[in-house]
Write a protein that binds this ligand. Structure first.
Ligand code: NAD
Length: 489
C-alpha cells in the first residue's frame, strides 16, 4: 500500500449550493497513514446550521414538486460521475480514513450501488388507488417530510453518507449532512459532484462540526427527521434528544459481532472468512467479526486462522486505524485480556510501518481462551482483533451470542444445514451470515441491526428507508353527486 499524503484543500460548509466562509472554530484533520495534518475542518455553531436549514427550506417547495422521474435523472448523472471519478474518490477515502486502496474502491462502488437503488424509486413508490364505494375512491401517496438531517461516522466517509443522501433526496426531501469531523473531505467532493449532476442549490447542504452541531441538529425546529450512524453511546443520545423534540429518528449504533464456528466447518473457507472479517478496514467495520465462539474441538481451524492472520501486514494489505487514541484503546483491550488469562496467538501491538512511523497502525491480533466476562468479549474494540471464546456445545455458543448487548450481525460456519438453521433462528442479530464473515445484505435488501445496534423503527437502506423518509397522504375523492352519503361523509 503506497500512499503519500499531501495537504488537501480546507474543508468548508456547503450551504445553498456554495462553499461558505470559515466559522470561528476549526480543527486539524490528521492522516491516519502518517499522522500529518492533511486539512482543516470547521466546527460550526448554531448560526451555520440555521443558515443551512433556511436554504434547505427554501429549496423544498420546488424540489418536492419536481416529479420523481425528473429527480432520479440527476442521480443517474451523479452515478455516472462517481463511476468516472472512482479512483480519485477512492484515493480521497484512503487519505482521510487510512484504509487500503482496494477497500476504498469497494466503498465507493457500494455508494454507486446505493445510488442505483435510489434511481429505482419511481418503480417502488407509486401510490395506491381503489374505488371504495360506487363513485368514491381513496388514494395513498408517499410525501416527503421536508428538511432532514444525516449524521455520519468516520469509518466509511463515502458509503455511509450514501445510505441516506440518494434515497432521502430522490424521495423529495432536502438534506443537511453532518460528516464525521475526522473524515470530512469526501463529503465536500460529494457536494461538488451532486452540483455537477444538476442538483438544485439548497437541496443538499453540509454543516461540519462535532458534538455541538449534532446537538443543535437534534434540537432544531426546522428539521423533521434525523438519521444517525455511529457509536451506541452517541446513538442513544441522538435518539433520545431528537425524539424528545418530536422528530423522527433512526440511530444506528455500535456492534459486537459473533462468529460461531463448529468443528465440521470447512477449514480453509472458515479461516479466510474469519480473518478477512476481523481485519478488513482494520477491523473498523460495524459488521466486523469481533468475537469468535468455537464449539468443541476447533484447534485445527484456529491454527489455520493464525496462519492467515500472519499473512496480513500493516501498511501493505492492512490499513491504519483512525487515530492515536483508537490505537491505544485497541492495545489496551489486548493487554487487559492477556492479563486476565487470555492467550495472545498473534500480537498486533507495537507495529511500526517503515517510513510511516507516525501512522496509527495495529497489526492483526488473534486471542484465544477469552472468557465471556472479559471486556474484550463484551465491548466494541473496533480494531483488527478477534477474541476466541470456547463453548462446549451449540447451546452454550448461542447463549454467549445472545448475551451481547449489541445485535448487528452474527455468523455461523458449518457444513450442517440443521446447525445453520438453528443459528439463523436463534441468533439475536439483524443480519445473519451462513459461512459468510461479513453478512452485509446487498441492495435491494435493507441494512440494520437489533438491540443496542439500532434505535428506531425500520432499516436505513432498501425499501425500508421509504417509510422513514416519507409520510403517507390518504385522499378520499368523490366526483359523483349521486353517490350515497354515509356516516363518514
Ligand atoms: P461516534 O459515535 O463517535 O461519532 C458519530 C458522529 O457523532 C460523528 O459525526 C460525531 O461528530 C458525532 N458525535 C461524537 N460524539 C458525540 C457526542 N457526544 N454528542 C453528539 N454527537 C457526537 O462514532 P465514530 O467513532 O465516528 O464511528 C464508529 C462507530 O460507528 C462504531 O461504534 C461503529 O460500530 C459505528 N458504526 C455503526 C454502523 C451501523 O450500521 N450500525 C455503521 C458504521 C459505524
Amino acid at each position: 500500500m503506497s500512499v503519500t499524503t499531501t495537504r488537501l484543500p480546507e474543508v468548508k460548509n456547503y450551504i445553498g449550493g456554495k462553499f461558505t466562509g470559515a466559522p470561528k472554530k476549526s480543527m486539524d484533520v490528521l492522516s491516519p497513514i502518517d499522522g500529518t495534518v492533511i486539512s482543516t475542518v470547521p466546527l460550526s455553531a448554531t448560526e451555520e446550521l440555521d443558515e443551512a436549514v433556511k436554504s434547505a427550506k427554501a429549496a423544498f417547495e420546488s424540489w418536492s414538486n419536481t416529479p420523481i422521474k425528473e429527480r432520479v435523472q440527476i442521480f443517474y448523472r451523479y452515478k455516472s460521475l462517481m463511476e468516472k471519478n472512482l479512483h480519485e474518490l477512492a484515493s480521497l477515502v484512503q487519505e482521510e480514513n487510512g484504509k487500503t486502496i482496494d477497500e476504498a474502491i469497494a466503498e465507493v462502488e457500494k455508494s454507486i450501488e446505493l445510488t442505483e437503488f435510489a434511481c429505482s424509486m419511481p418503480q417502488l413508490v407509486p401510490g395506491k388507488i381503489l374505488e371504495v364505494s360506487r363513485g368514491v375512491e381513496c388514494r395513498i401517496d408517499h410525501k416527503p417530510l421536508g428538511v432532514v438531517a444525516s449524521i455520519a461516522p468516520f469509518n466509511f466517509p463515502h458509503m455511509v453518507p450514501h445510505w441516506t443522501i440518494p434515497n432521502a433526496i430522490v424521495l423529495g426531501n432536502c438534506m443537511i449532512l453532518k460528516p464525521s469531523e475526522q473524515v470530512p473531505l469526501s463529503s465536500n467532493k460529494i457536494a461538488m459532484m451532486l452540483k455537477e449532476a444538476g442538483l438544485p442549490d439548497g437541496v443538499f447542504n453540509i454543516v461540519n462540526g462535532d458534538r455541538e452541531i449534532v446537538e443543535a441538529i437534534c434540537d432544531h425546529p426546522g428539521i423533521q427527521a434525523v438519521s444517525f450512524v455511529g457509536s451506541t453511546k452517541v446513538a442513544k443520545i441522538v435518539y433520545k434528544r431528537s425524539t424528545s423534540n418530536l422528530k423522527r429518528c433512526l440511530a444506528l449504533g455500535g456492534a459486537k459481532n459473533h462468529l460461531i464456528v463448529l468443528p465440521d466447518a470447512h477449514p480453509e473457507m472458515t479461516a479466510t472468512n474469519v480473518t478477512a472479517s476481523m481485519s478488513g478496514c482494520a477491523g473498523q467495520r460495524c459488521m466486523a467479526a469481533s468475537a469468535m465462539v468455537g464449539v468443541g474441538n476447533i484447534d485445527p481451524i484456529i491454527s489455520k486462522i493464525v496462519d492467515e492472520a500472519k499473512k496480513i501486514i500493516p501498511g501493505k494489505n492492512l490499513g491504519a486505524v483512525i487515530s492515536k487514541e483508537a490505537r491505544e484503546r485497541i492495545n489496551r483491550y489486548i493487554t487487559e485480556a492477556e492479563k486476565a488469562g487470555a492467550k495472545v496467538l498473534v500480537d498486533g501491538r507495537n507495529w511500526k510501518v517503515e517510513g510511516k512511523e507516525n501512522g496509527f497502525y495495529v497489526g492483526p491480533t488473534v486471542i484465544d481462551f477469552v472468557t465471556p466476562d472479559m471486556a474484550i468479549a463484551r465491548e466494541e474494540v473496533f480494531g483488527p482483533v478477534i477474541a476466541i471464546i470456547r463453548a462446549k456445545d451449540i447451546n452454550e455458543a448461542l447463549k454467549i451470542e445472545n448475551g451481547s448487548d449489541y445485535g448487528n450481525a452474527a455468523s455461523v460456519f458449518t457444513q450442517s444445514g440443521g446447525m445453520a438453521r438453528l443459528v439463523m433462528e436463534k441468533a439475536s442479530a439483524g443480519m445473519i451470515g451462513v459461512n459468510i464473515g461479513v453478512p452485509v445484505p446487498r441492495e435491494p435488501f435493507s441494512f440494520g441491526g437489533w438491540n443496542d445496534s439500532k434505535f428506531g423503527v425500520g432499516d436505513i437502506t432498501g425499501e425500508s428507508s421509504i417509510e422513514f423518509w416519507t409520510q403517507l397522504k390518504k385522499t378520499s375523492i368523490k366526483w359523483n353527486p349521486e353517490s350515497k352519503t354515509n356516516w363518514m361523509s
